[in-house]
Structure formats: C-alpha cells, structure tokens
Design a protein. Structure first.
Length: 243
C-alpha cells in the first residue's frame, strides 16, 4: 500500500517530523511518501494561508495520481483543500482534523482540542461544526505558540502544550485531548504520559484510517459532488491545472 502524506506548508523539517510519525504507525506493508508543495506558506495559521496552501495540496494529489498512490493524508489541522482533493481521485483522502475528531469520540465522550495560536480557534470550531463533532468537543484551546516554534524551540513549545492540556483536563470535563496541528505529530505519547489522558494526534490517526479504507476497498465516491471535476480550461498561472 502506498500512502502519500502531504504537508501543505513548505517547511521541510516539519514534513520530516510528519513522515517519521506516519511511518511509526504504518503497517509493515505500507509505504509512506511524505511530500510538500514547492510553493506556498512556510506555516499555516490563517484562512489566507489555507487558501494558498490548498492549491499546493491539489498539485500534490495530482502528482500522487501519476504515481498510483492508494491513499492520501492532508497533514494540516485545517484540512485545506480536502473536498477538492477528493474530487481528483478515487483513492481515500483523509484530513488530520477529521481523523482526530473521529478517533477521539471512540475513546471518550468529550474531548478538547489544544492548538497553536488563538486566531486559529475559529478554524477548528468551523470544522467541528462541518464534520458533526461540535457536540463532542468541550473547548478549543490555544497554547499561543507559532507553528514554526514546534521546530525551532520544541522544548518550550511542548511545555506550553502540556500546560494547556493540563488546564483542559482540570477545567473542561473531558476524557481526551486532540492535538490541533500537524507539527505536533511526534508529541502524542509524551503528552499523554504528562497529562494522564488519551491524546489523539491527527497524522497517525489519518494514516490508520486510510489503511482501513484501502483494506476495506472503500474508494471515494464518484456519484454526486465528489465526482471528478468537469474538464475545462484554466487561464494564467493556473493553466497547468486545466484539462
């Protein structure tokens, strides 16, 4: 099985962190190919960043189709370009936020999300509503760390995340924590030990869900709105995306 794990930002160190986490949980017969766009934001911390990054995600899916990938993971907690990516392939495409929310509900009746910056709380809340998990999530919390601090100052970032997760445990009436950034892919075990709760991390959750969907031969439906896009010309800088 070949799973293409797409980091939608352009920071190679974060792509490697994501790759290591994905390979750690992948089954022996699964090949993880971790990629990132050639162009786009170095981190994703706003609606604007997500909009730009989504184009890179779609280009990476197109590249994966040429390589006959069996499934895809979109490794950013905003799940940028998720539905558009599903239009481009029959292979399963799983975003890490959706995956983490699903798995959290299987181990606890209530969870809280610990993410990076406060300005991204609304993005996570919108996804909870869209995916139908708002009733399971007690609160979206921010450790107030820039995404790139996860790479540049990992010890300080981890301590901030632990502090926020402990506050969530004490105040929110929850049974689990969801980590709200792909750059946290390597933190779940240590954080669970520090906080004493199940900690669900989206990259690893998404890899296992993609493996399950491929094994069950559940492909992306091409009946309805996830059918392949109608062929048409694109102009200007997007001409290469046309058919």
């Amino acid at each position: 099985m070949h799973i293409r794990v797409i980091n939608p930002n352009t920071t190679a160190a974060m792509t490697e962190t994501i790759a290591v986490a994905a390979r750690r949980v992948a089954s022996p017969g699964t090949r993880i190919v971790a990629t990132q766009p050639d162009s786009g934001p170095v981190s994703i911390e706003s609606h604007f960043d997500e909009a730009i990054a989504a184009v890179g995600v779609l280009e990476e899916v197109r590249a994966g189709e040429r390589e006959r990938a069996d499934g895809y993971v979109i490794a950013c907690f905003g799940d940028p370009g998720l539905l558009a990516a599903r239009e481009l392939t029959r292979a399963p495409v799983v975003g890490i936020a959706e995956a983490a929310f699903h798995l959290a509900t299987l181990v606890a009746t209530k969870f809280s999300v610990v993410t990076t910056l406060g300005r991204t709380i609304g993005i996570a809340e919108h996804l909870l509503q869209a995916y139908g998990f708002a009733g399971h999530c007690r609160r979206v919390r921010a450790a107030e760390i820039p995404v790139l601090d996860l790479e540049h100052d990992p010890n300080a970032a981890f301590n901030r995340i632990v502090d926020e997760a402990r506050r969530a445990k004490a105040e929110d009436g929850i049974g689990a924590i969801v980590l709200g950034c792909g750059g946290m892919a390597d933190l779940s075990d240590a954080l669970s030990d520090a906080v004493g709760l199940p900690v669900v991390e989206g990259v690893t959750a998404a890899v296992k869900l993609v493996e399950s969907l491929v094994t069950l031969r559940l492909a992306t439906s091409k009946f309805g709105d996830l059918d392949f896009p109608r062929p048409k010309a694109f102009t200007g800088r997007f001409a290469h995306l046309g058919a």
